[in-house]
Design a protein around this ligand. Structure first.
Ligand SMILES: Cc1cc2nc3c(=O)[nH]c(=O)nc-3n(C[C@H](O)[C@H](O)[C@H](O)COP(=O)(O)O)c2cc1C
Length: 192
């Protein structure tokens, strides 16, 4: 698959088969991620894989809490009903979980590019995430980005160092659908 095809075919995936994700696939994804640009060459991306069912269950419980809070904020009754029917994660179903963090200890007083825009450290990790995602797509796999969570609590569950900032929880596996070649939120009529 060439780069442009991977860009077009990439989907946020919340439905997976039971196929495991081979180490060889992950190795290429990590290589792609590590070749992403980073502010001042900080290379701040850190990858914490999750395969413990017990940890996944705790992370799923966090999702449920945060998702209920999000639901409570939606005023329109019709939209609330659609929201309830959306699958917005696959934490328990996906064969592999991943937390991607930005390592803020890479920030120094001499780091080029961050002094007036501190957020650039997290943006650098987003560049790496996109590379990782495209590399998965090119190899017939995919991920689902879960930001409906609580970073502080995830850090506690996973014993993540204080200076790491999680940018989300990622469900990884082989897609069970391509959502008719469109974003699932479009396919389900949430947005056009
Ligand atoms: C920063 C970020 C956070 C996201 N968080 C969630 C999430 O918590 N749950 C979810 O179902 N999708 C999440 N998504 C996926 C988006 O909804 C999705 O990318 C968008 O609808 C477009 O669909 P596509 O990625 O398949 O093109 C997130 C995407 C990004 C970039």
């Amino acid at each position: 698959m060439d780069l442009f095809e991977a860009i077009i075919k990439r989907r946020d995936t919340r439905h997976f088969t039971n196929d495991i994700v081979p180490d060889s696939v992950l190795k290429l994804c990590l290589e792609a991620a590590n070749n992403a640009p980073s502010v001042g060459l900080t290379q701040p991306s850190r990858f914490i894989f999750v395969d413990s069912l017990e940890k996944k269950q705790k992370i799923y419980d966090l999702f449920l809490d945060e998702s209920n809070k999000a639901l409570a904020k939606i005023k329109d009754e019709k939209r609330r009903e659609i929201y309830k029917g959306l699958q917005l994660q696959a934490i328990l179903e996906a064969p592999l979980g991943l937390i991607i963090c930005s390592d803020h200890s890479t920030l120094k007083d001499y780091t080029i590019g961050v002094q007036s825009m501190k957020e650039t450290i997290d943006w650098s990790v987003c560049c790496a995430i996109q590379n990782f995602w495209l590399a998965l797509t090119a190899q017939g796999f995919s991920l689902g980005w879960v930001s409906i969570t609580n970073s502080k609590k995830i850090k506690k569950i996973m014993n993540i160092p204080e200076w790491y900032k999680p940018l989300g929880y990622f469900c990884i596996g082989k897609p069970a659908t391509n959502y008719d070649n469109m974003p699932m939120l479009k396919q389900k009529g949430w947005l056009n």
